[in-house]
Design a protein around this ligand. Structure first.
Ligand code: PLP
Length: 232
């Protein structure tokens, strides 16, 4: 179980590395959001992060969010970062301010329909599976070009940008080409479709500094804050 001092120190270390990465890239600190991924950690441990003044959190499962989010201060902001099953959409919408894992047109259409019924306008990211890994969800580059017009017609969805989970690699540097490709895809789609996608949800514990150098606007960091999952 992590202790409050360790969590405090980890947050400070990450904040310093984020600052160093934005400096290196000639960017501004307020262009990058820092999400703490609290999946698997109990409410008492998440509260330690809250006690340090942190307010932005991510969970990958709706069920876990339903159990934890109501137990924590209502001033926090929660994002869903894991695959959203269609039968969980109605429960997810009021809990999560943003959905990072819109991974198919069909899912987007269902979220749009249910958001309409619930009177909501969710902020979403389109998850891209650049490496076309069979084990991962997300639009291929081909699919996103095919589906983007239809996605833009879903008037309840505020599409903020693109999201990626790059293939697991031995070295953090090996993620860089995927971050570059996601940025280039965003830029290309903005030109081709004459729109503003803007944001890039990319970077995890091992590679968030690299992601920021390549244009990330929101990093999703778990184990660098809490230590390895399953180490309770
Ligand atoms: C678990 C998870 C993270 C955080 O991973 P760490 O390596 O622990 O930082 C980020 N994004 C997604 C989609 C995740 O599922």
């Amino acid at each position: 179980m992590p202790d409050p001092e360790t969590i405090h120190d980890n947050l400070e270390t990450i904040e310093a590395k984020i600052q160093a990465a934005v400096d290196k890239a000639g960017r501004k600190r307020d262009e990058v959001e820092f999400m703490v991924v609290s999946k698997t950690w109990p409410v008492e441990v998440v509260q330690m992060v809250v006690d340090c003044g942190h307010t932005l959190f991510g969970e990958n499962k709706v069920q876990e969010g339903m159990a934890k989010i109501p137990e924590l201060p209502s001033s926090l902001e929660w994002h869903l970062i894991g695959h959203l099953q269609k039968n969980k959409i109605r429960k997810a919408l009021p809990l999560f301010q943003r959905l990072h894992s819109i991974d198919s047109l069909e899912l987007a259409e269902q979220v749009n329909r249910i958001a309409g019924e619930e009177g909501l306008y969710p902020d979403v990211y389109l998850e891209v599976n650049l490496a076309e890994e069979a084990s991962k969800y997300g639009f291929t580059q081909k699919a996103i070009r095919r589906d983007l017009e239809s996605l833009l017609e879903l008037d309840r969805l505020n599409i903020r940008g693109l999201m990626i989970i790059p293939p697991a690699t031995a070295l953090p540097e090996e993620s860089r080409p995927y971050f570059v490709q996601l940025r280039e895809l965003r830029d290309a789609l903005e030109t081709e479709f004459d729109l503003k996608l803007g944001e890039l949800s990319m970077g995890m514990s091992s590679d968030y500094a690299i992601a920021i150098e390549e244009g990330s606007t929101i990093v999703r960091v778990g184990s660098a804050v809490f230590g390895p999952r399953g180490s309770k």
